[in-house]
Design a binder for this molecule. Structure first.
Ligand SMILES: NC(=O)c1ccc[n+]([C@@H]2O[C@H](COP(=O)([O-])OP(=O)(O)OC[C@H]3O[C@@H](n4cnc5c(N)ncnc54)[C@H](OP(=O)(O)O)[C@@H]3O)[C@@H](O)[C@H]2O)c1
Length: 216
């Protein structure tokens, strides 16, 4: 069953996935609020007619949640910062967002997590601290009582999206990838389909449409 159009707060709107997602949501006429931390990014969205909130995720950002029905957390500390920012953004800011969502009666929280967050010991990788942060942010969301969708895409690439995905892991490690545009499409799909609530899904580039893959 499709849910009605609601107002969505996108946390990390100025990021690579965030920008594509905002464009997709705007194109389909959805109501969105873009949370960004700089005036310049806010101005770019404002020029496109997108409602913006300026906030630093290291501080209080509850004001951004007012009047919103759903939330997407696609912020991240990124690969060029240290483990301090991993703790402060990927874990602590995510946990604060979950608390704010509960206080503000958010009806759907979509978390952009990542492959390996289920079990940070599974892969030998230098990003293990990040995976631990994502693991506990995901667990906090699952235990929050909020309706949630946790998305665990493979490594992100900047190729054009194909709209074709798979949820089973490809055999080759190098195939555990997905274009950011397709991740945005899966977020978008999750926001408008109640059947995605309560799901934790890994996904990669594949050969089936998003609708077919999740038509379960
Ligand atoms: N890289 C991968 O292969 C991979 C795989 C699976 C999942 N993921 C997850 O997917 C997420 C989104 O990916 P992406 O490529 O879109 O990332 P991105 O381009 O780095 O976007 C992250 C966003 O978070 C924002 N942010 C960071 N700290 C902030 C703060 N203190 N206050 C406000 N905003 C803050 C950044 O703001 P600014 O624009 O101001 O810097 C940026 O817009 C990642 O963060 C990661 O958790 C990544």
């Amino acid at each position: 069953m499709k849910s009605k159009n609601k107002k969505t707060l996108v946390i990390g709107a100025g990021g690579q996935i965030g920008k594509i997602l905002i464009e997709q949501l705007e194109n389909k006429g959805s109501s969105v609020v873009a949370l960004v931390r700089s005036e310049s990014k806010a101005q770019k969205f404002a020029d496109l007619g997108v409602e913006t909130v300026i906030a630093d995720l290291e501080g209080d950002f509850e004001h951004a949640f007012k009047g919103c029905d759903s939330v997407v957390f696609t912020a991240g500390s990124g690969g060029s910062t240290g483990d301090d920012k991993t703790l402060l953004i990927d874990l602590w800011a995510a946990a604060k967002a979950i608390d704010y969502a509960k206080k503000n009666n958010i009806q759907h929280f979509v978390m952009v997590s990542g492959l390996g967050a289920a079990n940070p010991d599974e892969f030998v990788t230098e990003i293990k601290p990040y995976l631990v942060a994502k693991h506990f942010a995901d667990r906090y969301l699952m235990e929050s009582g909020l309706p949630y969708t946790i998305l665990r895409p493979g490594s992100l690439i900047n190729d054009n999206g194909t709209g074709l995905i798979r949820t089973s892991r490809p055999a080759k490690f190098s195939d555990l990838i997905i274009p950011r545009e397709d991740v945005a499409s899966v977020i978008n799909y999750s926001l408008s389909n109640n059947k995605m609530k309560g799901k934790v899904v890994e996904f990669f580039s594949g050969n089936e449409s998003i609708d077919t893959v999740f038509d379960i």
